[in-house]
Design a protein around this ligand. Structure first.
Ligand SMILES: *Cc1c(COP(=O)(O)O)cnc(C)c1O
Length: 399
């Protein structure tokens, strides 16, 4: 590493709370699908800021909207009516079956809002005491106290933070019997990711979702879908639940919503949205004019460029190529999984060295669960870039 990299790493270590295991890379500029380090070297970005910058980094059309809106109105608070927010709400609701939206500032905060809405709906509208939220093992729902409790993982995410809030149960992934055992009149909601992102790029089987729909009819709990990572065209549909013909009672969005500006959303049916009344939930920043104007433009571009279809097409091609790779190296590659451009390549061994070798070749991806190389590239990624990744991965595996 260079002297300038050492300097920036040392500054980080002396100034910041030490919460992140950072990559050995300092980024000075990001454009399209490329990250630039301090020396101006180019890296192929297959992470897009963790599924955030789906339209690519520093997108000029969005920079224009930001600049224009920044000179007109950035934030006045939710005490006031603002067309920017309503224009966004209209566009967002037009992509799905939900009827109403609440804007937050992050994924965790959107999930927190979803949990609050589910509980309050049960209390105030259904007039039951059902309050429990069931989530799946290996899920990830955020880092606030409730959402980390909802998260179905042990380890540093939970360690040392007790007492954790009550009212959460975690059941094994995609196991209908275990879910049935956990259901009770006290169940307010079952909260799922259609594809577990942090949990190793695992799509929920269709049979499981069908069973979940039936159980919802029988028990009357709500289905909350965490689309923080899977939403906004990422999986080949605008929302991942649309692959399953599922109408969630509540679902959440965040990561890609404003292409890098912090924003989240809770979306719900007309019925369930009755759970909130004036005063029952709020945020200072959420849905401010600047982020709303940018997110509205994001939706326009995604729909105009049909980025959902693009993601689906690239998935099909990528999985075919990755399968061939697995056939050439059955001892090293198990195969590919995922939906759209939320992709995982499963290695047969601990993949840290492979991940690092790719980074040395200036390709940025990420490793989850020890052996899954996870790709969440910008949705504007070129097939040539993915080809390069596969070629260099094969060279690394053969080295
Ligand atoms: C990233 C993520 C979150 C948390 O979002 P933050 O904006 O980091 O709070 C929640 N759920 C899922 C599925 C995520 O991928």
């Amino acid at each position: 590493m260079t002297a300038s990299f050492d300097t920036i790493r040392d500054r980080e270590q002396s100034l910041m709370m030490q919460t992140y295991g950072r990559y050995p890379l300092a980024v000075s500029k990001a454009q399209g699908c490329t990250l630039f380090d301090l020396e101006g070297n180019e890296y192929l970005d297959l992470l897009s800021g963790i599924a955030v910058c789906s339209l690519g980094h520093s997108r000029p059309e969005l920079a224009d909207v930001m600049a224009e809106q920044a000179r007109k109105m950035v934030h006045v608070s939710n005490l006031f009516y603002q067309n920017e927010q309503l224009d966004l709400a209209e566009k967002l609701l037009d992509t799905c079956d939900a009827d109403r939206v609440f804007f937050s500032n992050s994924g965790a905060e959107a999930n927190e809002g979803a949990i609050k809405l589910a509980r309050r709906y049960m209390r105030k509208v259904r007039q039951t005491d059902a309050a429990e939220v069931i989530t799946l093992q290996q899920s990830f729902h955020g880092r606030t106290l409730s959402t980390l409790t909802a998260t179905g993982q042990e380890g540093p995410i939970k360690d040392g933070f007790d007492p954790l809030p009550p009212g959460f149960t975690t059941v094994p992934f995609a196991n209908v019997e275990a879910l049935k055992d956990a259901l009770s009149p006290n169940t307010a909601a079952v909260m799922i990711e259609m594809v577990q992102g942090e949990g190793g790029v695992r799509p929920l089987p269709h049979e499981y979702v069908e069973a979940l729909k039936e159980l919802r009819k029988e028990y009357g709990f709500l289905i909350i879908v965490d689309e923080v990572q899977t939403g906004m065209c990422r999986t080949g549909r605008f929302w991942a639940h649309q692959h399953y013909g599922l109408v969630p009672d509540i679902f959440t969005s965040a990561k890609a919503l404003a292409n890098g500006l912090p924003m989240g959303a809770v979306l719900a049916t007309e019925e369930v949205a009755k759970g909130f009344e004036p005063g029952s939930h709020a945020t200072t920043f959420g849905g401010g004019a600047l982020v709303s104007a940018v997110a509205a433009k994001v939706i326009d571009i995604m729909r105009h460029d049909k980025l959902d279809q693009r993601a689906a097409q690239l998935e099909e091609w990528f999985k075919l190529e990755a399968t061939k790779l697995a056939q050439r190296h059955p001892d090293k590659v198990k195969g590919a999984r995922g939906l759209g451009l939320l992709l995982g390549i499963e290695l047969t061994f601990e993949g840290k060295d492979v991940w690092k070798a790719l980074l040395d070749r200036r390709i940025v991806c990420n490793l989850t669960q020890g052996n899954i190389l996870r790709l969440v590239p910008p949705l504007i990624i070129e097939k040539e870039d993915l080809k390069r990744f596969l070629k260099e991965l094969e060279e690394v595996l053969e080295a």
